[in-house]
Ligand binder design. Structure first.
Ligand code: C2G
Length: 130
């Protein structure tokens, strides 16, 4: 049984999120998702997510192709999360290309192309402008 792990904030859930999670699941049998905490998102992007971590976890947990969800508190703890969850393969969108290659001694790493023309930041900008 092949175990896949992926990470993300998944704020203002959209089709790009669905696409990467669905494609990630196709690489194995069991999909584990690390959902960034509100604090981690603030550190990464300088703002808090629109949806609180509890709600983002609830949304991701409700997807039929997701098997397990946990909160990601730090980008530097990748190896700990990979070992804890016994993951064989880390999958991320290619906006993270190369950024997690440092875990490749314990786990395979691949980056999949992002879905074009949609992002949480863009959605927020569009809604603000209305
Ligand atoms: N994504 C995608 N296509 C989009 C938007 C996002 O494929 N149009 C992917 C990203 O590449 C990422 C996942 O969806 O793999 C989640 O995206 P974000 O919520 O933006 O995640 P991010 O805040 O970048 O967190 O440890 C890594 C992180 O915590 C990643």
């Amino acid at each position: 049984m092949k175990r896949i792990i992926t990470f993300g904030t998944f704020d203002v859930f959209h089709i790009g999120h669905i696409n990467i999670l669905k494609r990630a699941k196709e690489y194995g049998d069991y999909l584990i998702v690390g959902v960034s905490s509100d604090e981690l998102n603030f550190k990464k992007k300088g703002r808090y997510p629109i949806y609180k971590e509890k709600d983002r976890v609830e949304i991701i947990s409700s997807l039929i192709f997701v098997d397990e969800v946990f909160i990601e508190d730090s980008l530097e703890l990748k190896k700990k999360y990979i070992l804890e969850h016994n993951a064989d393969l880390l999958i991320m969108g290619d906006d993270w290309q190369g950024r997690f290659d440092w875990v490749s001694d314990i786990c395979d790493v691949i980056y999949l192309p992002r879905t074009p023309s949609i992002s949480t930041t863009e959605i927020i900008e569009i809604v603000k402008a209305i």
